[in-house]
Write a protein that binds this ligand. Structure first.
Ligand code: HAM
Length: 425
């Protein structure tokens, strides 16, 4: 057997049934909020991620799957989706027709992190982005959409953390003050932070080392340096969340692990997953489109960790498998042939139907129907074949009726719709 590469996994039933459920809920929600799907490549030029996420971030420094393509060009498996969506927005000049675009994408991302529960090297994200809206209401709307998805999926016990990271005008003032603070405590920082203290001080707040967290406890806060515009923007986001009854915590240490953020940054955290406590994260990135060569375009977005979301929901032990509506129990060769034709016609008509292709006793066929959770069984034996009438049994009520062989799809559809109407009534 050839084992899997470390940190990657197969998702199969019943997990894949749950994943389909989550994907359906997310896509329905995105439709409700007017988002369109965008499909982006799995790999991009390395430069895209270096420039967007930032050269001095953990993702770019340590975690990217980068390789020289056969023509020598450096390619990278996407570690996230935002950079690619911004690149697509620019390369197709989407802004020319309508600068306001709302996109979502769902798919695998790749980061070479140390694998553990909730952290994988191939993981999946549900990502949503808004381009062309600078208003704080766009930030609030995205957060409301994210919380609505959590509610629809019945995810409980989460906390929304929110912060403002300032803009290009006010962030340098914070950076200077923070740098001065860091110089004084430099000896107590980890090696990585000592390096970053000078080049990219914000990343020090992101360090997972608990000593770095401890010694920066009394560091200056970004909120003390926000310009009037950033302050008002953040206040409006917070007020709107309050007005829509969304609970949140202002977390002045929340800086997120990617360099492109400006103004609002947020994260949904949970206690349910041990060390990997972030289910989703996002924020505003007003400078990215311009940085990548496009027009000055504000943008805001988030990404949910699909694997983490699924792990939380899986603990509720709900079965999301799609069960067959009908199982055809066919006794003997001739009946199997008839059953096969019925099954094909029913499948084509959109009715989930299964049968068994090998000769088995009625008892073992009924056991099979029970095992796959069929709601109804149609029995076709020699007698039924001769009479040209099959037996239809409701597995719940144990009621039985006979159905004629002529036009079985129509006959079965009538029975099923009567059952649905009876349930409704
Ligand atoms: P991120 O915080 O790097 O943000 O990732 C978003 C979410 O992806 C995390 O909160 C986590 O749930 C999940 N995630 C990240 N790494 C892993 C991993 N190794 N294994 C499992 N799950 C993981 C972004 O990626 C930004 N692009 C979000 C964004 C969109 N900002 C604006 N627009």
């Amino acid at each position: 057997m050839i084992p899997l590469i470390r940190g990657v996994r197969d998702i199969f039933p019943p997990d894949s049934d749950l994943w389909r459920h989550i994907k359906n809920e997310a896509e329905n929600l995105f439709q409700d909020f007017g988002f369109s799907e965008i499909l982006i490549p799995i790999m991009e030029k390395t430069e895209l991620f270096k420039r967007s996420i930032g050269e001095q971030t953990d993702i770019v420094e340590k975690e990217m799957y980068t390789f020289a393509d056969r023509d020598g060009e450096s390619a990278t498996l996407r570690p996230e989706a935002t950079a690619s969506i911004a690149r697509a927005y620019i390369s197709h000049k989407m802004y020319a027709e309508d600068p306001i675009r709302k996109f979502y994408t769902i798919g695998p991302m790749f980061r070479r992190e140390r694998p553990q529960k909730g952290r994988y090297r191939q993981f999946y994200q549900i990502d949503a982005e808004i381009f062309g809206q600078s208003s704080p209401y766009a930030d609030a709307r995205l957060i409301i959409m994210l919380k609505t998805l959590m509610d629809r999926l019945q995810i409980k016990g989460t906390t929304l953390h929110i912060n403002s990271l300032g803009c290009f005008k006010c962030r340098p003032d914070f950076n200077n003050s923070f740098k001065n603070f860091l110089i004084k405590i430099s000896d107590n920082l980890c090696q990585n932070c000592q390096k970053r203290a000078n080049t990219n001080p914000l990343r020090v707040l992101d360090c997972k080392n608990k000593f770095c967290a401890e010694v920066t406890k009394n560091a200056p806060k970004i909120s003390e340096f926000l310009c009037q515009e950033c302050k008002e923007h953040f206040e409006t986001v917070c007020e709107t969340l309050k007005d829509t009854n969304i609970e949140f915590q202002i977390n002045s240490r929340l800086v997120r692990g990617l360099d492109y953020y400006t103004k609002t940054a947020f994260e949904i955290q949970t206690d349910a997953l041990g060390a990997q406590n972030a289910i989703a994260g996002g924020g505003r990135y007003d400078g990215l489109v311009k940085l990548l060569g496009g027009p000055d375009t504000p943008a805001v977005g988030f990404a949910i960790g699909f694997d983490r979301l699924a792990e939380i929901i899986a603990s509720n032990n709900i079965n999301y498998a799609q069960k067959p509506e009908i199982f055809i129990a066919a006794l003997g060769k001739k009946c199997i042939k008839e059953a096969f034709l019925w099954m094909s016609a029913l499948n084509t008509a959109g009715i989930k139907t299964e049968t068994e292709f090998s000769e088995k006793s009625l008892k073992s066929l009924m056991r099979r129907a029970g095992k796959i959770g069929a709601s109804n069984v149609i029995i076709i034996g020699d007698q039924e074949l001769e009479k040209k009438e099959a037996l239809f049994r409701d597995m719940n009520t144990k009621e039985q009726i006979e159905i004629k062989f002529d036009n079985p799809v129509k006959n079965i559809m009538e029975i099923l719709s009567k059952k649905i109407n009876r349930k409704k009534g």
